[in-house]
Design a binder for this molecule. Structure first.
Ligand code: SAM
Length: 221
């Protein structure tokens, strides 16, 4: 799926210098939280939940604390966020979180099909300028890919405060539905999600927030 020479991550992998404690946790414990695909294969009877672009990890940590029986995998190359998740997960003694500090496009194929019970994509970078829109993570091909990785009866939850991105995703989903009629989608807020840095920003600016749930009903025949 990935052309190695093609740039796929356009965000910032670091915002500011890590505090002393974050640096300590990042350097000493990140390795303990990296996804080990061999180990994951052996975990039975658990629901796996994916969060793509977890940012500072507010939702990932909230979900892992609230649903200790489920197993959470966060993917984001953002070092400050990774350090935050590692520190908090260690302090809270969470043993149901793993992370991948790379762009999701590079690792999604490492997961078997029909794997995830839920997928969160909260406030992905909207890339508002016309010439940047092709950088957007959610497009026809990525949606088709992620649907394959989702279990039957699983849901992908997409939240954004960018109306143009939202409309773009609805349009891509409608196109995809013409090709594979294996899912339904609804536009409401029916999943508990904690406030994140970017939902707080949107609320502060009194921006509307748009929700989309994509429910997988069956596999492609
Ligand atoms: C606008 S921030 C939103 C962060 C968080 N979800 C929130 O609501 O505060 C987008 C996040 O997506 C991450 N990101 C961007 N491209 C990505 C990719 N290809 N794979 C995984 N994460 C990505 C960025 O590093 C950043 O942390």
């Amino acid at each position: 799926m990935i052309d190695d020479k093609k740039k796929i991550f356009f965000g910032r992998s670091k915002s500011r210098a890590l505090s002393k404690s974050k640096k300590f946790f990042y350097e000493n414990y990140k390795k303990d939280f990296l996804v080990n695909f061999e180990v994951i294969k052996l975990i039975k009877n658990k629901d796996f939940v994916l969060e793509i672009g977890f940012g500072l990890g507010e939702n990932l940590l909230f979900q892992a604390t609230t649903y200790p029986k489920d197993y959470f995998i966060g993917v984001d190359p953002f070092i400050n966020g990774v350090a935050n998740v590692v520190q908090k997960a260690k302090e809270l003694k969470l043993n149901n979180i793993s992370i991948l500090d790379t762009p999701v496009q590079k690792v999604i194929d490492n997961f078997v099909d029909n794997f995830f019970s839920k997928v969160f994509i909260l406030f992905p970078d909207p890339w508002m300028k016309n010439k940047q829109k092709k950088r957007r993570l959610l497009n026809y091909l990525f949606l088709e890919k992620i649907l394959k990785k989702m279990k039957i009866k699983s849901t992908l939850i997409f939240v954004t405060d960018d109306k143009d991105y939202f409309n773009h995703v609805v349009k891509e989903i409608s196109l995809l539905k013409k090709k594979i009629d294996t899912f339904e989608y609804s536009l409401n807020n029916r999943h508990s999600i904690v406030d994140t840095k970017y939902s707080n920003k949107a609320n502060k600016l009194k921006k509307d927030i748009y929700f989309l749930n994509l429910d997988k009903l069956k596999n492609v025949a």
